[in-house]
Design a protein around this ligand. Structure first.
Ligand code: FES
Ligand SMILES: [Fe+2]
Length: 371
């Protein structure tokens, strides 16, 4: 993929420079990213428990495109572009349960397979056949409890995109099938989505900016392991060991079968965290709202029977780290928006997952230039 990047940019990225700072503020880059990145990659839309029964559906927006995912009559997940073939209203809104997809504007009614079943008054038209109309199907995939869609029929499958990531996370103790959803939260940050991903991709800042995290997990570069595949990356680190008898205030009691922290990433904007302690997972999904605004959606999952007080403590720990990160990324955004530093300089030993991310961003934009 990196071969199509402009040679001077490719060289700069290889040498440890970042992508141009202007890419974090430029509305034109933001628009190109919608098409070249978000409308061609796997995008998280919801959890499988929201789509348990035939007829359950949920809606989302991917890039510029409204989408709907349903559990169809065969029990399979199916996805469609949620734009009515009559006059382009979104066919269905929100989420819930229904036997057909009926448009809220003039009641054109589609089956759960996307085919048009009926259109009021169409029998009064000389040349109208419902069989000529079908909502555009899109790819749907599932990883554990997480449901994704991809608007590009040419994109690699979700399984291929995830590559070795599920196995690597499982090696580190993550068992998604043994977890149940507990809570969801959302918040907005005043930063470009790429700044948010980059902050997730390195723990160089942890000893400086995350005191509770640093008391809980190892942040030394010799213990904090980094690895990457084509479309994914992962960091992992063990629970920190303290000298016997030393009193250290931890953010929660990490006693449990999970002894490593894991930080998985799927291109371009889905992440999965496992904290040491009882079996748990926290998904963080970064939705670009505007060049300088990003919505963070988080889903918390725990093993059934985890004590509620411990669940609360672990969620509060993540929210505290998230608040610390929000201050950091918003500071970066203000600095980037100043236009006074054209590109940043990575320290690759600690920040090579950002380099990996930047190669994917630059490759996707270059490919769209050449398309
Ligand atoms: S726009 Fe959907 S029925 Fe008219
Ligand atoms: Fe952080």
């Amino acid at each position: 993929m990196a071969l199509s990047i402009e040679p001077s940019l490719e060289d700069a990225l290889a040498a440890g420079w970042t992508i141009p700072t202007s890419w974090y503020v430029d509305p034109e880059v933001f628009e190109r990213e919608r098409t070249a990145i978000f409308e061609r990659s796997w995008q998280y839309v919801g959890k499988a428990d929201e789509l348990a029964r035939p007829g359950d559906y949920l809606t989302a927006r991917v890039g510029r495109v409204p989408v709907v995912v349903v559990r169809n009559g065969s029990g399979d997940l199916a996805g469609f572009v949620n734009v009515c073939l009559h006059r382009c209203a979104e066919v269905v809104r929100g989420a819930g349960h229904r036997s057909t997809l009926q448009c809220h504007y003039h009641a054109w009614t589609y089956g759960l397979d996307g085919r048009l079943l009926s259109a009021p008054r169409s029998e009064r038209e000389a040349c109208f056949s419902t069989s000529d109309y079908r909502l555009e199907p899109i790819q749907v995939g599932q990883y554990g409890p997480f449901v994704f869609v991809n608007l590009s029929s040419a994109a690699p499958s979700l399984e291929d995109s995830l590559g070795e990531l599920p196995d690597r996370l499982a090696d580190g103790g993550l068992d998604l099938d043994g977890l149940v959803p507990v809570e969801r939260s959302e918040w907005e940050v005043a930063a470009n989505w790429k700044v948010v991903v980059e902050n997730y991709d390195e723990c160089y800042h942890c000893p400086v900016a995350h005191p509770s995290f640093t008391r809980l997990m190892e942040v030394d570069p010799d213990r904090y392991a980094l690895e990457a595949g084509s479309w994914w990356s992962r960091a992992s680190t063990p629970l920190r060991s303290w000298p016997e008898g030393r009193a250290v205030e931890l953010p929660y009691d990490p006693t449990g079968e999970v002894t490593v922290g894991q930080f998985g990433y799927l291109w371009p904007n889905f992440t999965l965290v496992q904290n040491p302690g009882p079996p748990n997972a926290m998904a963080f999904y970064f939705v670009p709202l505007a060049p300088e605004r990003t919505l963070v959606v988080s889903e918390y999952l725990f093993a059934p029977g985890t004590p509620p007080g411990l669940v609360r403590d672990m969620i509060e720990f993540n929210l505290a780290v998230g608040a610390e990160d929000q201050a950091l990324v918003e500071s970066v955004q203000r600095g980037a928006a100043s236009g006074r530093v054209g590109k940043g300089r990575l320290l690759l030993d600690s920040e090579r997952l950002i380099q990996h991310f930047h190669a994917l961003v630059a490759g996707a934009l270059a490919e769209s230039d050449q398309a």
